[in-house]
Design a binder for this molecule. Sequence first.
Ligand code: SF4
Length: 403
Amino acid sequence: MGACAMGLSDAPLSIYIHIPFCSVRCSYCAFNTYTDLNRLIPDYVDALCRDLVFAARHNPHETVHSVYFGGGTPSLLPAEQFGRLLDQLRCSFALPSDCEISLEANPDNLTGGYLKDLRRLGFNRLSIGMQSADAAILRMFDRQHDLAAVAAAMNAARRAGFDNVNLDVIFASPNETLADWRRTVETVLQFEPEHVSMYGLELKGGTVLRQRVDAGELPKPDDDLFADMYELASAYLEAGGYCQYEISNWRRPGKECRHNLQYWRNLAYIGVGAGAHGFAGGYRYSTIAAPERYISALGGEMAKPAPFPLTPAVAKYSLLDAAEEMYETVMMGMRLTREGIDLPRFMARFGRDFLDIFAPSVARLEALGLIETTSDRLRLSRAGRLLSNAVIREFVESLSQPE
Ligand code: SF4
């Protein structure tokens, strides 16, 4: 498999914009974000606008169907700065009126006036970091909001006209009991968001929480409890009318996150901003992580012409071959619990039949009851969702075996 897969440049593009500023670092956070650089915001927004201009050169995609501002805490940016960014986006790319434009936000930033400004600018989706309904857990996470702030943010969002809101929650925190988690899930349901993202806590290296667990100050999350919490939430969300479509994501009808689907389908997106990642034009790449260096890299012209989507802010890139692209497509696609691997789409993209390439793994995993196949798709079974990492590993390892 030498040549690159075909046919992605005629599909719509997505754009991720990273805002690397936070007021306080949460104890579990390992993202590329800074708590002492807010003074850079105006220069950073200038740099983002220049980065968008560079990225748009030679863009073969006709339209952009999702834009996602992630962080960091994008909701720290004043509405005027978003106005400049959206003007630049509309000037450099074709954004149809139904383009999904999402903002990741902390509840305590979401006042009524700010939300109305965001709606007026074209934002139509919010992803609010609720994380837990439990005051002790929020304190352990060093979150700056309480549950009342989430309720106020939800009310303000509805009043401002947002009808597509996600709540992010974390489970399996140290000392969290099944009853604590049930209260969080019930509270989420009371807020009636259109979308719920639910992640098991990851104790990433370098975080305060990981240090506290390693030092024995807090207990390690328990694997059995983790599974019970996942199943409890799945059952409650399903009973509440939510449909699971990804290992960690549930939605009301028609409210899938278009932007995240782009990642899971391994389709093209550009990443702008400090430490952003992108996949477009066959390139997988990442940008300069430090905001000051990101800003100065965008101060001049390109030293030499670069193909779409590379810009002066790109720090690392590689042109994927078809085998690497297939590997990533399988890894991401298996996360989609309804859609899974779309077999005709896989054939159109790679010119090869998924079921032929992976015949031994498919037979093994089917016999174990971890996957299910229909005439046009292959996906995790209900039992396979909790063992998704092992199932995905089985597929990707069999790809690295010599043919
Ligand atoms: S708000 Fe998000 S990005 Fe900022 S420190 Fe907390 S988890 Fe990290």
